[in-house]
Design a protein around this ligand. Structure first.
Ligand code: URA
Length: 208
C-alpha cells in the first residue's frame, strides 16, 4: 500500500472511532493535507472557521501567511492553494493539527480533546515518518514537550527519541495566527522560518 492509501485508511478509521467531543459542534473532521512523502510535517493547533467549512487545514488568514513564508523558502502547498485536495504530490510539505475538529468560537482545545485526537495524530505521523516535524505554536509543541516554553525554544532544533514516534527531529515555531498582528513576533517567526532549509539539510547530512 502507498502512504497515501494508508493515510486514507487511518483517516477513515479515526473519523469513525475518534471520541473527541468537538465532533458534536464541528461541521466536519479536518484531515491533514499535503504530500504524504514530504520530508517536513507541520503540526498546528486546531481548525478554525474556514478550515471547518472547507475541511482543509490552514486555509484561513493564518494559512495565507504560512503560504507566504513557505514561498520565501521556495516551498509550496500547491495541493491546497489550487483547491485540488488530492493533488498531493505537488506539495513540498504535509500539514495537520493536533485536534481534528474546530473548537467552538476558536477557543483553545482542552486537554481531553487533545488526548482524544492524539492516537490519530501519532498514526498519521508514523505513516509519513518525516525527517522533520515543525510545531506551529505552543499547543502543538506542548503536546510533545510538555514543560518547554515556546518563547524560549522557538527556532531551535530539538532532538528527542520518543518510544511511540519514529521521527526524532522537531522544530518549534510561533503560531502564524499569533504572529500575524504582532510585529515583533511576526519578524521572529519569519527569521525562524528561514532557518528551515538549513535545519533540514543538517538532518539529512547526519543520516548519511
Ligand atoms: N490554526 C491552526 O492551528 N490550524 C488550522 O488548521 C488553522 C488555523
Amino acid at each position: 500500500m502507498t502512504k497515501e492509501q494508508t493515510l486514507a485508511e487511518i483517516n477513515e478509521k479515526w473519523k469513525k472511532d475518534c471520541k473527541c467531543e468537538l465532533k458534536k459542534t464541528a461541521k466536519q473532521a479536518v484531515f491533514g493535507n499535503g504530500n504524504p512523502n514530504a520530508e517536513i510535517v507541520f503540526i498546528g493547533e486546531a481548525p478554525g472557521k474556514s478550515e471547518d467549512e472547507q475541511g482543509i487545514p490552514f486555509v484561513g488568514a493564518a494559512g495565507k501567511f504560512l503560504n507566504e513564508m513557505l514561498g520565501e523558502i521556495k516551498m509550496s502547498r500547491r495541493a491546497s492553494i489550487d483547491g485540488a485536495r488530492h493533488d498531493f504530490a505537488k506539495s513540498d510539505i504535509y500539514i495537520t493539527n493536533i485536534v481534528k475538529y474546530r473548537p467552538p468560537n476558536n477557543r483553545d482545545p482542552e486537554p481531553k480533546e487533545k488526548e482524544d485526537c492524539r492516537e490519530w495524530l501519532i498514526e498519521e505521523l508514523n505513516c509519513i515518518n518525516p525527517k522533520l516535524v515543525i510545531f506551529l505554536g505552543r499547543h502543538s509543541m506542548n503536546d510533545f514537550f510538555s514543560t518547554e516554553k515556546i518563547s524560549e525554544i522557538h527556532g531551535k532544533l530539538l532532538v528527542k527519541k520518543f518510544t511511540h514516534i519514529k521521527c526524532k527531529h522537531f522544530f518549534p515555531l510561533y503560531h502564524p495566527a499569533a504572529a500575524l498582528y504582532n510585529g515583533g513576533m511576526r519578524e521572529t517567526l519569519m527569521q525562524d522560518f528561514k532557518k528551515i532549509p538549513k535545519v533540514l539539510e543538517k538532518i539529512k547530512q547526519e543520516k548519511k
